[in-house]
Design a protein around this ligand. Structure first.
Ligand code: HEM
Length: 459
């Protein structure tokens, strides 16, 4: 085995490499929109295969510099790119000390609408806020205590969506889907009376658009104030079986800042919708997997919270196209690595697609392999981090998987769904490095309706 040499300073990228890193890795992610995606840029990024270029760039750094981490002296602050699987695990496990979740770019973006959220807090405040999130989202349980009600909400909203789809020439596109999705999210988070509160979602969208620009955009203080007043209204109502009701049980003035945790739940449900739409595309493009998905969906009379294969499909959509592609941490002290020392206040960057799509090590890198998530142990040592990991892991992950898989089941149940056009995604080709959810469309027909159509065309 090669002996590892320990030097005092970590490998540092040259000026040209720093420019390549900023343009090929950072810029496309920032341009796509960090807090809210810009559909036109996502479309271009898919067309121009920008994500393939960024993965290849990080692989090139790894080939040249080995384990890393690789330091970049950017004009803003020192950054270090994690290149080694063990280091990725270490960063996740040693969160929040010495690797704080409250990294400066993240703080600057999220301060537009949730400056006291757990993710951008540190020390005692973070502990209390994280605990509140775990408590309300019931992060220790695969099935949330309100799941029975949530399943009913999903059944009603998907049924309403499918009626609209029928009137829409059987086409299910992103605008129709996200409308229905947001209704589900508002009912789950705020209560049934929030079903049609589009204004609240729009207000949050305005704040997220400003957040995309970080410190470069002035704060929309009045919009934020009115948004929080609307949220407080739902907490006061504390409708049974809503997350708002669980928030109402906490002291509003405590350091946990209960109200300030809520925008994250509303906003983070959007990527869950993106993953659901992409998972549906993956299922449609893979006939064998489609049969398994369909069988699971048809099994239950009503959506069930324990649809394991559909959950695996959502996890695969998140592996192939992670909705949090850049995991950021900030060092709170000087840290020691195999190849040297890293200064305090360095931004650490884990580029999830580099690990998820590493075709040098993963046979499944570019294909749809839901069974990866059904056979524990197969890739345990490899950093697959759709929900991050360690003490900073997404506390909403079980709720997300429950809602997304139940929506898939309700859509697929006794229906034939195909991609429109059918060659939008091909199961026989490697999966693209990016798939724009905004530009996906499906043809949805009742299983019996399709049989009738086929019979008519045979006459
Ligand atoms: C597909 C959907 C989602 C994905 C892929 C996802 C992923 C993640 C990731 C990667 C992080 C860590 C971010 C970081 O370390 O910088 C995170 C944090 C978090 N997520 Fe999610 N999330 C999703 C949806 C949700 C939902 C719907 C909720 C709430 C209902 C939620 C609640 C949170 C919270 C509260 C944190 C902060 C945790 C902390 O500060 O320790 N997420 N999520």
């Amino acid at each position: 085995m090669a002996k590892e040499t320990v030097t005092d300073s970590l490998p540092t990228a040259s000026f040209t490499e720093t420019v390549a890193f900023l343009f090929k890795v950072m810029a496309p992610n920032i341009a796509k929109g960090v807090i809210i995606r810009r559909p036109a840029v996502v479309h271009l990024a898919e067309q121009w295969a920008l994500d393939t270029r960024s993965i290849k760039q990080v692989q090139a750094f790894n080939s040249k510099y080995g384990k890393g981490p690789l330091l970049f002296n950017t004009p803003f602050k020192p950054m270090a790119l994690i290149l080694d699987p063990d280091d990725a695990h270490r960063v996740m496990e040693e969160t929040p000390e010495p690797f704080a979740t409250a990294e400066s770019a993240k703080r600057s973006a999220l301060s537009h609408f949730e400056p006291d959220m757990a993710l951008v807090s540190h020390g005692k405040a973070r502990e209390e806020r994280r605990r509140l999130n775990e408590d309300v989202l019931q992060s220790g349980c695969p099935v949330h205590g309100f799941s029975r009600h949530f399943m009913q909400v999903i059944e009603e909203e998907v049924a309403a969506l499918l009626e609209v789809v029928e009137q829409h020439n059987h086409k299910l596109d992103w605008p129709l889907f996200i409308d229905a999705w947001n209704r589900i999210v508002r009912r789950v988070v705020l209560g049934d009376s929030a079903r049609d509160d589009h204004e609240l979602t729009q207000t949050l969208i305005r704040l997220r658009r400003a957040a995309n620009w970080g410190f470069m955009h002035p704060k929309r203080k009045r919009v934020r104030q009115s948004f929080y007043e609307q949220l407080a209204h739902y907490v006061d109502r504390a409708e049974p079986n809503s997350l708002a009701a669980l928030v109402a049980g906490h002291d509003a003035d405590s350091q946990a800042r209960p109200l300030q945790q809520m925008p994250q739940w509303l906003f983070a449900f959007e990527p869950a919708g993106m993953a659901t739409f992409r998972a549906l595309a993956l299922i449609c493009a893979h006939p064998e997997q489609a049969k398994r998905a369909q069988a699971e969906a048809n099994q239950a009379a009503t959506p069930k919270p324990d649809t394991t294969f559909l959950k695996a499909c959502v996890l695969e959509a998140l592996r192939l196209w992670p909705t949090t592609p850049l995991l950021l941490r900030e060092t709170t002290e000087r840290t020691r690595w195999t190849q040297g020392e890293m200064p305090r206040n360095t931004t650490l960057l884990i580029h999830a697609p580099y690990f998820h799509r590493d075709d040098r090590h993963l046979e499944i890198a570019h294909r749809f392999a839901p069974d990866t998530w059904l056979s524990p142990g197969s890739l345990d040592d490899w950093p697959l981090l759709p929900f991050s990991g360690g003490p900073g892991i997404c506390p909403g992950r079980h709720l997300v998987l429950m809602v997304t898989s139940a929506v898939l089941a309700a859509l697929l149940k006794e229906r034939h769904i195909r991609l429109d056009p059918p060659d939008r995604l091909s199961g026989t080709q490697p999966m693209p490095a990016l798939l724009s959810n905004f530009h996906l469309c499906f043809q949805v027909t009742k299983a019996s309706g399709l049989a009738e159509q086929e019979a008519t065309s045979r006459l």
